[in-house]
Design a protein around this ligand. Structure first.
Ligand SMILES: [Zn+2]
Ligand SMILES: [Zn+2]
Length: 256
């Protein structure tokens, strides 16, 4: 049994075959998923999917790329949704220096506001990081985010930073890149980090694991991520599935 901790089944890419995609995931042993909404369009869709499916949960937050669009109303809306029984985390939030739609100072402000909100409602956070590792760790420390903890989603930084995050009560979630032949860091992290701090995810429809790289990603493929983690750690696939699923259920506070 697997838990895909980060999916965007609410993306346009799944509009035509959402139910079939969920069915394929079930057939691949993916019993649980967390669908992530990060703006005015994807949050309602994430809520709808979570409400209509057993074992599918939602995370709601505001993406750093669109930080410049977030209003106080949006923040209040996220706070309101946080009390919904299917909402298990706030996010994704963080910093993304790859795209320049939102200036860094605006991204940082929106990130801090969401950490404070998560602490107010006592929920863990989901962190999106692109080319911003140092600033993210600094803000997590300054805001004392360890109080609620969270997930470093699709983690691709160095082992030392992973350890710093673990020390702050964060889980390390590995995605498709761990299966890429040229991805050195995620493989090192998979080997070094203790199983009790690891989760698996697809981040679908993006970042499809090998050998589906470049295609539309989907939750069924999280199996490929777990298989790669098993190989790197010298464990069985069953063991990795079992432990990462138990970690996720425990982390999100879900009673199996
Ligand atoms: Zn992300
Ligand atoms: Zn995402």
């Amino acid at each position: 049994m697997l838990f895909d901790t980060h999916v965007h089944l609410n993306a346009d890419q799944f509009e035509d075959d959402l139910e079939e995609t969920i069915q394929r995931a079930k057939e691949a042993g993916v019993h649980y998923m967390t669908v992530v909404g990060f703006d005015r369009k994807t949050i309602p869709k994430a809520m709808e999917i979570a409400e209509n499916h057993d074992h599918i949960y939602a995370a709601v937050g505001w993406h750093p790329v669109d930080a410049i669009d977030m209003t106080q109303e949006d923040l209040d809306w996220i706070e309101e949704l946080s009390s919904h029984p299917k909402v298990v985390a706030i996010g994704e939030m963080g910093l993304d220096y790859h795209w320049d739609k939102s200036p860094a100072d605006v991204q940082k402000d929106v990130f801090r506001k969401q950490i404070r909100l998560a602490k107010k409602v006592n929920m863990p956070i989901v962190i999106h990081n692109r080319e911003a590792t140092d600033d993210i760790v600094e803000i997590l420390k300054e805001e004392n985010a360890g109080e609620v903890g969270g997930i470093m989603h699709c983690y691709s930084g160095p082992v030392e930073t992973a350890q710093e995050c673990i020390d702050m009560n964060f889980m390390i979630s590995l995605g498709g890149p761990v299966t890429f032949k040229n991805a050195k860091l995620p493989k090192e992290v998979a080997k070094a980090v203790d199983m009790k701090h690891l989760l698996v995810e697809t981040d679908c429809p993006f970042l499809a694991p090998h050998p589906n790289r470049g295609k539309r990603n989907e939750p069924a493929y999280v199996k490929l991520v777990a298989e790669q983690v098993a190989e790197l750690k010298g464990l069985s696939f069953e063991e990795v599935s079992e432990v990462t699923t138990a970690n996720a259920l425990n982390f999100f506070g879900i009673k199996a």
